[in-house]
Every structure is written in structure tokens, then in C-alpha cells.
Design a protein around this ligand. Structure first.
Ligand SMILES: *[C@@H]1O[C@H](CO)[C@@H](O)[C@H](O)[C@H]1NC(C)=O
Ligand SMILES: *[C@@H]1O[C@H](CO)[C@@H](O)[C@H](O)[C@H]1NC(C)=O
Ligand SMILES: *[C@@H]1O[C@H](CO)[C@@H](O)[C@H](O)[C@H]1NC(C)=O
Ligand SMILES: *[C@@H]1O[C@H](CO)[C@@H](O)[C@H](O)[C@H]1NC(C)=O
Ligand SMILES: *[C@@H]1O[C@H](CO)[C@@H](O)[C@H](O)[C@H]1NC(C)=O
Ligand SMILES: *[C@@H]1O[C@H](CO)[C@@H](O)[C@H](O)[C@H]1NC(C)=O
Ligand SMILES: *[C@@H]1O[C@H](CO)[C@@H](O)[C@H](O)[C@H]1NC(C)=O
Ligand SMILES: *[C@@H]1O[C@H](CO)[C@@H](O)[C@H](O)[C@H]1NC(C)=O
Ligand SMILES: *[C@@H]1O[C@H](CO)[C@@H](O)[C@H](O)[C@H]1NC(C)=O
Length: 665
């Protein structure tokens, strides 16, 4: 697998250079694609392009050394000196970048405006003493960097880089092309209000994401939003950059802002910029924000990273997308918030519903991240083929979070998800291709895992392994239109009404115990089975019993050639209070099966379709034939006969079967 992936990697890097030229063309054609509705991504070349957007451009060259420091009195009109205490007492409009260094303190007194209103203008301070920004005073610039012993941002004060971004990194496409008024992208993609036939809402976006590889130390500007006019650029500016390196205490009662600017109703919102905070301790009730700007299409959120040894919930940190005036249900995508102390990544869209995605690329191996949270309507996607999402602790999807693997219509690859726990609450995981999941605990609360195996038979089988516990609650569903194996050493509990695991072919294996609670369902094949590429073939034509029903394979494998559709393999105890339904249901090496009064194991109407000549008599002492239906197989009004339920095998008979209610054929 690993070798395979690295092969792919090389393949892609090769293709990337090869297609770089085409890629440029691709962006241009996308921009004009609203006019040319015949532009569809159908050939594999454009697929490669789509998948190899340049999200992680090479690191920018090191910044040029700072110019010599300015003077407190002469250059800044302040009082005192930078080696003792410099106080800024009156408003100041800077006209160029400044570097302020000294061994003393630097105070901006209350109500003072210390501004450099030029795109990308940089104010850098490196002092050995303390910094303070007084009540209701403000710093406006494109880039604000501060290194100090301690720093205080009093209430009502603001470091405001909103909309003052300089140029985003080269080779990125954060600013959307065309005149759709789409939002800019950075940590998340910008929203586009365009609707295209044949494309899913998440396949359409404005500015793209970039700088994933530096999300732990973000230092990229946000991007401008698009415009709705060819003549006038209405797009909101991108968010700037803020970097604070504080040795001791950082008190934030004011605001630290790197938001994208508002594009109004005629322009897309700019994307959020970057905020990077390193401190020993942080307190205060202020606001730290690198959100997308509002606009016709909302801008994507930016990137924030905090490395603070002692930090509580405050100040609040926001990186959500901007509101889309043109399509309110589709805000800009959330940006990324990385917390370096627990090493966790949060993607949170502040309950702004969206179809626009936050792109997750390669996860680091050394060291692994601890937790990933995707919540409050954030929509994260792992678009690159053969990707692995691995963390040491939890992956949590909460409150409308969506995580998708692969791209709709390109179910050609396998994805890996590895963690200690996968927790889902009112959220969705979508997989286009196959998933290999390895966790200890998998808990679902009113959530869905939807696996679209597509038509590629080589990646048709998904494996979900949860060694200790799998619990589905409050109408949670695991659904696959291909083969699905679920295994673990502990308990699988479908707690109650609406909880379902269904697939075209389903194998549940190795659990100590499986509980199918009242109103819950295990089912395979799917209800509209024949409409999928992977359809289990029933042995309707055979005269004998398929060998694996009498002598089942030891390995609880699942593949497309096996004749059962639903197998429960090497599970000690099975309690059925809900419904188990399949064409060929096979209990292999179970110790006890207890069917409670509300429980049903059924193969009714799941046998062969068509009537004539199908009720085979077998020269076998066991009943093994599929029931036949009535009518003509190729006509729609035909009915299916009963299926087969096999419990135990010649080698491993069942030790206990208690039936209070129905086992129906
Ligand atoms: C700074 O520029 C703003 C906007 O141009 C202006 O309103 C303000 O008076 C200027 N302040 C100073 C101190 O020059
Ligand atoms: C601040 O200046 C000192 C030298 O005076 C230097 O060692 C340090 O790296 C500087 N810090 C930043 C963040 O530029
Ligand atoms: C700087 O702030 C710290 C508190 O974080 C304080 O103990 C120290 O005295 C301050 N230094 C100066 C020179 O004011
Ligand atoms: C910040 O607010 C808290 C609570 O209102 C207050 O105790 C603290 O002194 C304030 N600090 C600054 C620097 O404004
Ligand atoms: C920051 O700047 C933006 C754009 O200039 C402005 O709309 C916003 O009100 C400012 N925020 C604060 C808190 O000063
Ligand atoms: C988002 O919605 C959830 C559930 O409706 C709520 O608990 C949470 O407080 C909301 N969060 C925000 C930021 O509005
Ligand atoms: C399964 O979940 C139901 C509902 O939460 C609970 O009552 C039951 O005890 C659980 N079953 C097992 C075997 O833990
Ligand atoms: C499917 O699994 C069975 C049992 O492990 C094995 O005998 C058979 O060869 C497999 N078929 C394919 C196509 O892998
Ligand atoms: C089923 O119907 C098709 C046409 O709809 C016909 O060609 C075929 O002979 C019929 N088969 C049987 C077994 O009646």
C-alpha cells in the first residue's frame, strides 16, 4: 500500500510538471466556463489537474533583513526612547514599512491611531520590554509583527489588518477568476453562487485554498474576492498577517484581526489572512479573528495557529468563512485553527451553512497530530487520491460537520483513516472510493457514513475496524453501495430505531458481541440493489450448494465472489431485537444467536427473481436453494422468492439458538 502510494505520488509530481502549462489553461477555462457550459471535467487529464491544485507552494524565500530601526521621536513623533520607554501620544499615518527595535517598552496611548493604510505595509516591533495598545487605539497595517516580553491589548483596541493583505504566495489561485463575484480562498475555499448542471454544489467554488503545509506557522496573506463586473473591481481585500512572539504574558481584551474585507453585494469577500501567536500565557476577553469577508460570495477563512503554554477558552478565536449575500445557504468555507500545545486542528464554520470545502491535505507523521475537530457546519474534504488521515487521538465531527474523501464521480481510490476514536454527532462522512478505517472506538449519534464505491471493482471493498466499540445511536447509518466489512474485538451496538448498517455485501466479523437493537437494521443487499455497479450475484442457476456456505472460509473475508450477501462471522454472541435482512444470510462460527420477541432475521423476498425453473432440487441433504419468485425475470412486475439463512457450518455448528420470534424465509 505504502509503496503504491509513493508510486502515485511520483506519478503525480511528474504529471504536475507536465501539465503545469495545461493547468494554467484550465483555470482560464474554468473562469469562462459559465459561458461555455460545455466545459465538463470528464477526461482523466483534467482529473489530474483537479486533484493537483497547488495547495502547498514552495516556502517563500526568507524575508529580507529589516531596515535599521526608526527612532521614537524623530520618525514616530513619540516621547522617550526605544531603549527605555517610547510612548506614541498622537495619531500617525505611516507611508512605508517600519522596523522598530530597542531594549525598552513601547506604549501606544489610549485613542491613538497608529496606521499604515497601504496594502501589505509592514509594522514590525522587536523590543525587550513590554508593549501596550491603549483603550480604543488602533494599529492598521497589512502585516503586524511584535516580539516583546509582555503585551497588553486594552479593551476597544484593535490590530486591524482586515483587507490590507499584500500579495498572496505565487502560484496560488486564491482570487477567483471570472465575474461571478465569488469569494477569495486561503484556509478554506471561497464560496461561489454559480450553479452548474451536472455538478454537485461542492464541486463549485471561488478562490482556492493554499498554504496547507504552513498551517502550523501561518504566514500567508489572504486573497482578494472576485468581482461581478469586468470594469470595476468590487472584490473585498484579503486579510493581512499578525504575528506575536511574547515571552511572558499576552493579554488580549481588544481585537487582533486578519479578516477578509467585505465585498458588498457586487463583489466576493476577501479570504482571511494569517495569525500566529506564540506566548507563555494568554488571557483576556478579546477577539482573535481571521475570517472570510462577507460578499456576493463569502470569502474562505484564513489560518490561525497558537502556541501558548497556558491558555483557556479566552480570548475567542474565529476562522469561519464569510456570509454569501448571493447564496446565503453557501457561506465561505472555514479556515484552519491549529493549537500547537495539544497539536490539534479545528475547522469550525460558526454554524454558517456551506457547500464550500476546507481542503485537508497531507497529515504529518512525525509527530502525529493529536486531535482533529470538524464542527458547526464546517465541510472538510480530503481530495487527493490515496490519502491518509491519521491522528493519535480523536477525530470529532460535531454539529453539522462534514468530512469527505475523494471526489464524487471519481471513486477510484482507497483512503485511510486512523485514530484512537472517531466521534460523530449530527454529522456526515462521505467516501468516494473505499475506506480503510482503523480506530479503537467509533461512536455515532444521529450521523451518517456514506460510502460510494463507484464502479471500480478493485476498490470496491471498505473495511471499518473498531477494536473496542462501535455504537450507532439516534438513527445513525453506515451505508455502502459496494462491499463493506466491519470488524472489531469488542461490541457492535445498533442501539435503536433508525440505526442501520447496509451494503451490497456486508460482513460483520470478530466482534465479541453484536446487538441489533429494536428498530435497527442490518441489511444487504440494498433495497434498490440492482441499480448499483456492485451487485451480489445470487447463485440462482446453480444446482448445488455453494461451497462456502457449507465450508465457510476461515478468514471472514469479503470479496465480490462470495455467495453470501450478509455474513456474521466469528462473533460470539448475537442478540437480535431489530431486523437482519439479506438474500443469503450466513452466521459463521457464532456461539449464541438470540432472537428476541421484536427481532426478525429475514430473507423473505430476497431470493431469485423470476419463476420458471428456479426452485432447484438439490442432491444435498441440507436446504440450500434460493426460493424462486413469480413472473418473468426481465419484466418489472416479477417478484422475488425467499433467500437462504444459514446458521453455523458443518465444522462449527451453533451452540445455542434461542428464537422468541420470527426467522422468516
Ligand atoms: C491619516 O489619514 C487619514 C485618512 O487619510 C486622515 O483622515 C487623518 O487625518 C490622517 N491623520 C494624520 C495624523 O495625518
Ligand atoms: C529580535 O531581536 C533580537 C536581537 O536584538 C533577535 O535575536 C531576535 O531574533 C529578534 N526577534 C524577532 C522575532 O525578530
Ligand atoms: C513588563 O510586564 C511584566 C508583567 O508581564 C512586569 O512584571 C514588568 O515589570 C514589566 N516591565 C516593565 C519594564 O514595565
Ligand atoms: C482585561 O480585562 C480584564 C477583565 O475585564 C481585566 O481584569 C484586565 O485588567 C484587562 N486587561 C487589560 C490589559 O485591559
Ligand atoms: C477593521 O477594519 C475594517 C476595514 O477597514 C473595518 O470595517 C472594521 O470596522 C475594523 N474593525 C475594527 C474593530 O476596528
Ligand atoms: C451552533 O449550533 C449548535 C447547535 O445548534 C449550538 O449548540 C452552538 O452554540 C452554535 N454555535 C454557534 C457559534 O453559534
Ligand atoms: C446497546 O445500546 C442500548 C441503547 O443505548 C443499551 O440499552 C444497551 O444496553 C446496549 N447494549 C449493549 C450490549 O451494551
Ligand atoms: C474471496 O474469498 C474467498 C475466501 O477467502 C477466496 O477463496 C476467494 O478466492 C476470494 N475471491 C476473490 C476474487 O478474491
Ligand atoms: C420473459 O420475457 C421476455 C420478454 O419480455 C421473453 O423474451 C422471455 O422468453 C420471457 N421468459 C420467460 C421464461 O417467460
Amino acid at each position: 500500500m505504502a509503496r503504491f502510494r509513493s508510486l502515485f505520488h511520483h506519478f503525480f509530481s511528474f504529471l504536475f510538471f507536465f501539465f503545469f502549462f495545461f493547468f494554467t489553461t484550465f483555470v482560464i477555462s474554468l473562469s469562462s466556463s459559465n459561458l461555455e457550459s460545455d466545459f465538463f471535467i470528464t477526461d482523466s487529464d483534467s482529473e489530474v489537474l483537479l486533484l493537483h491544485q497547488d495547495y502547498s507552494p514552495p516556502a517563500p524565500p526568507p524575508p529580507p533583513p529589516h531596515a535599521p530601526s526608526v527612532y521614537c521621536t524623530d520618525d514616530l513623533g513619540g516621547v522617550g526612547s526605544l531603549d527605555t520607554t517610547c510612548k506614541i501620544v498622537a495619531d500617525l499615518n505611516l507611508t512605508r514599512d517600519v522596523y522598530i527595535a530597542g531594549k525598552g517598552n513601547f506604549y501606544i496611548l489610549p485613542g491613538v491611531r497608529f496606521h499604515c493604510p497601504i496594502l501589505g505595509c509592514s509594522i514590525a516591533l522587536n523590543i525587550s520590554g513590554n508593549f501596550s495598545l491603549g483603550e480604543h487605539s488602533s494599529i492598521v497595517a497589512g502585516n503586524f509583527e511584535l516580539a516583546a516580553y509582555s503585551a497588553s491589548f486594552f479593551s476597544g483596541s484593535a490590530v486591524n489588518t482586515t483587507g490590507w493583505a499584500g500579495d498572496p504566495p505565487a502560484q496560488t489561485s486564491g482570487t477567483p477568476q471570472g465575474v461571478d463575484g465569488a469569494g477569495g480562498g486561503h484556509g478554506g475555499r471561497g464560496a461561489s453562487c454559480v450553479v452548474e448542471e451536472g455538478k454537485l454544489p461542492e464541486d463549485i467554488w471561488g478562490g482556492d485554498a493554499y498554504s496547507w503545509s504552513s498551517l502550523q506557522e501561518p504566514s500567508s496573506y489572504g486573497s482578494k474576492g472576485g468581482s461581478t463586473s469586468k470594469e470595476v473591481d468590487y472584490g473585498g481585500g484579503g486579510g493581512g498577517q499578525v504575528k506575536l512572539v511574547i515571552k511572558e504574558l499576552l493579554e488580549v481584551n481588544g481585537s487582533l484581526l486578519a479578516d477578509g474585507a467585505d465585498g458588498g453585494t457586487k463583489g466576493g469577500g476577501g479570504s482571511g489572512g494569517s495569525i500566529h501567536i506564540i506566548a507563555h500565557k494568554m488571557t483576556g476577553g478579546g477577539r482573535i479573528s481571521a475570517c472570510g469577508g462577507n460578499g456576493f460570495g463569502g470569502g474562505g477563512g484564513g489560518r490561525v495557529a497558537v502556541d501558548v503554554f497556558s491558555r483557556h477558552d479566552e480570548p475567542k478565536i474565529y476562522v469561519h468563512g464569510g456570509i454569501s449575500y448571493g447564496c446565503p445557504e453557501n457561506a465561505g468555507a472555514a479556515g484552519t485553527l491549529y493549537d500547537d500545545v495539544p497539536r490539534s486542528l479545528t475547522v469550525d464554520n460558526f454554524n454558517l451553512s456551506t457547500d464550500t470545502e476546507t481542503v485537508l491535505l497531507e497529515f504529518p507523521y512525525q509527530p502525529l497530530w493529536t486531535n482533529v475537530y470538524i464542527k458547526n457546519c464546517a465541510r472538510a474534504s480530503v481530495p487527493l487520491l490515496w490519502s491518509r488521515v491519521q491522528v493519535q487521538g480523536q477525530i470529532s465531527l460535531l454539529c453539522g460537520g462534514v468530512l469527505s474523501f475523494g471526489l464524487a464521480h471519481y471513486a477510484t481510490s482507497e483512503f485511510e483513516l486512523l485514530a484512537e476514536e472517531l466521534l460523530m454527532s449530527e454529522s456526515i462522512i462521505k467516501v468516494y472510493g473505499a475506506l480503510r478505517m482503523t480506530v479503537k472506538m467509533f461512536l455515532m449519534w444521529n450521523s451518517k457514513m456514506l460510502i460510494d464505491g463507484g464502479e471500480d471493482l478493485t476498490v470496491a471493498t471498505s473495511w471499518l475496524e473498531a477494536s473496542n466499540l462501535v455504537v450507532l445511536k439516534e438513527s445513525s447509518v453506515i451505508h455502502s453501495n459496494a462491499n463493506l466489512g466491519v470488524h472489531g474485538q469488542g461490541l457492535l451496538n445498533l442501539s435503536g430505531p433508525g440505526d442501520k448498517i447496509q451494503a451490497q455485501r456486508l460482513v460483520l466479523s470478530l466482534f465479541y458481541s453484536i446487538n441489533v437493537g429494536p428498530g435497527s437494521v442490518l441489511r444487504s443487499p440494498l433495497e434498490d440493489a440492482s441499480s448499483y455497479a456492485i451487485t451480489p450475484k445470487l447463485y440462482c442457476e446453480h444446482q448445488d450448494c455453494p461451497i462456502e456456505l457449507l465450508h465457510p472460509p476461515e478468514d471472514c473475508n469479503v470479496n465480490s465472489s462470495l455467495s453470501f450477501t450478509l455474513q456474521i462471522c466469528r462473533v460470539e454472541d448475537i442478540t437480535v431485537e431489530g431486523l437482519i435482512k439479506g438474500s443469503v444470510v450466513h452466521f459463521n462460527r457464532a456461539r449464541t444467536i438470540s432472537v428476541q420477541s421484536s427481532g426478525i432475521i429475514s430473507a423473505s423476498g430476497m431470493g431469485c427473481i423470476g419463476g420458471v425453473g428456479r426452485g432447484n432440487f438439490l442432491d444435498n441433504e441440507l436446504p440450500c436453494e434460493l426460493g424462486s419468485g413469480s413472473g418473468n425475470e426481465s419484466s418489472t412486475d416479477s417478484t422475488a422468492g425467499g433467500g437462504v439463512i444459514v446458521m453455523g457450518s458443518m465444522e462449527h455448528p451453533l451452540s445455542s439458538l434461542s428464537v422468541e420470534c420470527a426467522v422468516s424465509l
